[in-house]
Each structure stands twice: as C-alpha cells, then as structure tokens.
Design a protein around this ligand. Structure first.
Ligand code: UT7
Length: 325
C-alpha cells in the first residue's frame, strides 16, 4: 500500500521572463508550445541527494512510519551526485538507516520503473517497507545556448512509501500498485540523449532532443501503456479518479487526455509551475494534488511517463490505506 507521499522543490524559482534574460526565447513561445511558466533550479551547492532526502523525510512523516522501518530504497535519477556510488546510498547515509539502496536509470520514466522494481522485490517477500524516490537536477544537464531544450526542464524530488502488510483480508487486495507496465526501445536512443557520458567522453554532456519526434512517440506510447495497465488491473478509464501524467508538455497532456477520453478535470497538471523534472515529475505532481485536497485516500489513479531510451510505462494505483490497522 502507498502510505505516504512527499516532495521537495528548490527555493530558486525561474519564470519564463527571467530565462529570456539569458536564453534567446520568450514567455509567449514557452507558454504556447509547452504550457510551462516557471521552474525551480538547485543552487550550486545543492545536489540530487539533498532534494531526495527532503522529499523522503516528508513522505516518511506523512506515512507516520519510522525511518528505521525502511528496508529498501529505490531511487530513480538521471543526475546522480556522483557517477558512482548510487545516489540512493547517499540518501540512506543521510537518513542514518540500514536499507538495501540502489538507483534506477530510465530518465523521465524512472519513477514508473522504480515502482515496478520495488513492487517485484516486495512481492518476492524480502522487503516490507520501501522508499521509492524520483529526484533530478536537470538544470545540471542544460545547455543555455540550446533554447529548444533549456527552457523545458526543472529540478525537484518526490517520494512515496510502499508498505506490505501481512494477514490482510483479500477484500483489501485492491490497494497499492494494482498493475505496472514498463517498456523500452533502444532503436529510438538518439531521439533524446546527452551529448556525452562516462565511457564516451568522460563528460556528462548536455541534453539534446528531437522534440517533434519525441512529442509524437509520447502521445502514442503514453496512451497505449495506460491502456495496458488498465487492462492488467481490470479497470477501465472511467473508473480512474485521477490521471497523473509525466509533466513534460501541457499539449501532450491534453492530447493524451483527448485520445484516452478522460475528462481534463481529472488530469493533474503541474507542468506550468515545475517544468519537466524528469523522474521527479510524477511524485511531485502526486504530492501537489494531495496537498491541495484533490487526490484523496482511496482514489484510483493512473500514472504514466516516457523518457529517453525511449523508455515508457504506466501504473494503476489505489492510494492510501483502508484504515484497518
Ligand atoms: O520528458 C521527456 C519527454 N519530452 C517531451 O515529451 C518533449 C516533447 N517535445 C515537445 O514538447 C515539443 O516538441 C517542444 C516543446 C520541445 C517544441 O515544440 P515544437 O512545436 O515541436 O517546436 P519546434 O521544435 O518545431 O520549433 C518551432 C520553432 C523553430 O523555429 P523555426 O525553425 O520554425 O523558425 C525553433 O527554432 O520554434 C523555435 N524555437 C524557439 N523559439 C523561441 C525552439 N525553441 C525555442 C525557444 N524560444 N525556446
């Protein structure tokens, strides 16, 4: 069951107008093409692990569980503090707990992949209380001379607590992660990638993207994966209380809602205020919607995301607990 959600945004907020002071762009272009108005950026001395740690603490607080009960940390990120070790181990160190900890790399789809891995490991039986985090400092990968990508991304982190309860009656089976679908297709590797990496250039590189191609794949693959996840959980789109999509572009969010025939009033959108925060985007949007009393305990929610790889996937979750404990 998903017993707690938390998130963190860096203090520094940048509007489209402020970006246009150092990028050849305008508020009009960014708003019209992406729906983004603001994004947050870390300070020079603030790292992915710092954001992940703050989000994790909030999720623990909301789940009302002791950090010492966490036995597994799965952290999705594309912007680790160091090339190795994993950022998850640094979060574990900061939390001062013992837990198996590792990172997942599926770029903007990372959180869905992390959910899938965490669920499998919990079903296997060895882990009971898992901290799943999506955290990215995408600003560290931006080339301010490339206006087609630099205006789209932001930094942030989000976390959820997944707990496995023993001896719960079968009527409570319908809680937590009901289904998970993940896909990847390396034939689209070049559509969205960095210009460098550890083994190719010994530099992290900058983001480069064939925006129009990714846009088309996004609409198609977000829709088909949500369909698959719904089928696997024996639910239909009308049963969803909310859809929390990856927050990359408001035009993609609206096109997918239209294609899936889900009313836009049921679709959570935070892209305007966060930009694309990669692996953090879904848990950030989830926490935002809980904080504003949109998403309530027991709601049935669809999640879906796509990113470099291409990698994509969807989950159907019922959030919260049946309050039986
Ligand atoms: O998280 C992973 C998933 N990522 C995505 O889903 C992103 C998918 N792609 C997109 O969201 C859109 O393709 C973009 C928002 C990136 C771009 O929108 P577009 O409608 O596809 O625009 P475009 O790339 O075709 O650019 C149109 C024009 C070009 O000018 P010309 O050649 O028509 O004269 C660009 O040079 O807009 C120009 N342009 C800009 N102008 C002002 C590109 N970036 C900017 C900018 N400011 N920041």
């Amino acid at each position: 069951m998903i017993t707690g959600v938390g998130s963190y945004l860096p203090k520094n907020k940048f509007s489209n107008e402020s970006l246009s002071n150092f990028v050849d762009t305008s508020d009009e272009w960014i708003s019209k093409r992406s729906g983004i108005k603001n994004r947050h950026f870390v300070e020079d001395n603030e790292n992915t692990s710092d954001m992940a740690f703050f989000a994790a603490n909030k999720a623990l607080e909301n789940a009302q569980i002791s950090k010492n009960d966490i036995d597994l940390i799965v952290l999705a990120t594309t912007t680790p503090d160091n090339t190795f070790p994993s950022t998850a181990t640094l979060v574990q160190k900061k939390l001062e707990i013992n837990a198996v900890s590792f990172d997942i790399q599926a770029v903007c789809a990372g959180f869905i992949f992390a959910l899938s891995v965490a669920k499998s490991m919990m079903i296997e039986g060895m882990y009971k209380n898992c901290l799943v985090i999506g955290a990215d400092a995408m600003s560290k990968l931006l080339d301010w001379k490339d206006r087609s990508t630099s205006v789209l991304f932001g930094d942030g982190a989000g976390a959820i607590i997944l707990q496995k309860f023993e001896n719960i009656e079968s009527k409570y089976d319908d809680w937590g992660i009901l289904s998970n679908i993940i896909h990847s297709d390396g034939q689209f590797y070049n559509l969205l990638k960095t210009t460098g990496g550890v083994s190719t250039s010994q530099k992290v590189g900058f983001i480069e993207m064939e925006g129009k191609e990714v846009f088309k794949h996004a609409i198609d693959k977000l829709s088909t994966s949500l369909d698959e996840a719904l089928k696997n959980s024996n639910k239909n789109i009308d049963e969803l209380d909310w859809l929390v999509p990856h927050q990359a572009n408001q035009r993609i969010i609206l096109a997918v809602a239209d294609k899936m025939k889900i009313d836009v009033s049921k679709v959570i959108s935070t892209v305007k205020d966060h930009g694309n925060t990669s692996a953090a985007s879904i848990p950030l949007a989830l926490d935002n919607a809980i904080a504003s009393n949109k998403i309530l305990n027991g709601n049935l929610i669809g999640l879906h995301a796509i990113g470099g790889g291409l990698s994509w996937g969807a989950s159907i979750i019922r959030i919260g607990t049946p309050k039986i404990l």
